[in-house]
Design a protein around this ligand. Structure first.
Ligand code: HEC
Length: 108
């Protein structure tokens, strides 16, 4: 009886991925990320990466929790973006910056 009560009282810990993600400094844009971005788009700037990051953490979490791009290979991620960019109603520029940030983030 006593043992059963103890077992039931154990708290269930559900990690909040969004909080973990935003507190994780691995997600911060590092100066060397610009070199990786420039390999994909020669006109990429730190501002483009920052815009992409904001969209990824704010607009892309409106309908569901934060999704880790690193869990997808680039082909699968492109399929996700093709489906999600229209859902998020991004402009072509916003879509470009989001793609750039997430592709660099995948390599981090
Ligand atoms: C208008 C709501 C909405 C917005 C905004 C949205 N999503 Fe989604 N997303 C969904 C729904 C609904 C699903 C689950 C059903 C599905 O996969 O079609 C989903 C699923 C996903 C998945 C899982 C797909 C899989 O099959 O593994 C990823 C990753 C994802 N979204 C990323 C994003 C990204 C990145 C953005 C920002 C560009 C975004 N979402 C914006 C509604 C949204």
């Amino acid at each position: 009886m006593l043992m059963l009560a103890c077992k039931a009282a154990k708290p269930v810990v559900t990690p909040n991925t969004a909080v973990v993600a935003t507190n994780n400094s691995n997600h911060d844009i590092k100066p060397e990320w610009l070199d990786i971005a420039k390999d994909m788009d020669g006109s990429a700037t730190m501002e483009h990466l920052a815009t992409g990051k904001t969209i990824y953490y704010e607009t892309c979490t409106k309908c569901h929790g934060w999704k880790d791009a690193r869990k997808y290979d680039p082909v699968a991620w492109e399929r996700v973006l093709q489906a999600m960019i229209p859902r998020a109603k991004l402009t072509p520029d916003e879509a470009h910056h989001l793609r750039l940030y997430t592709l660099v983030f995948q390599k981090s």
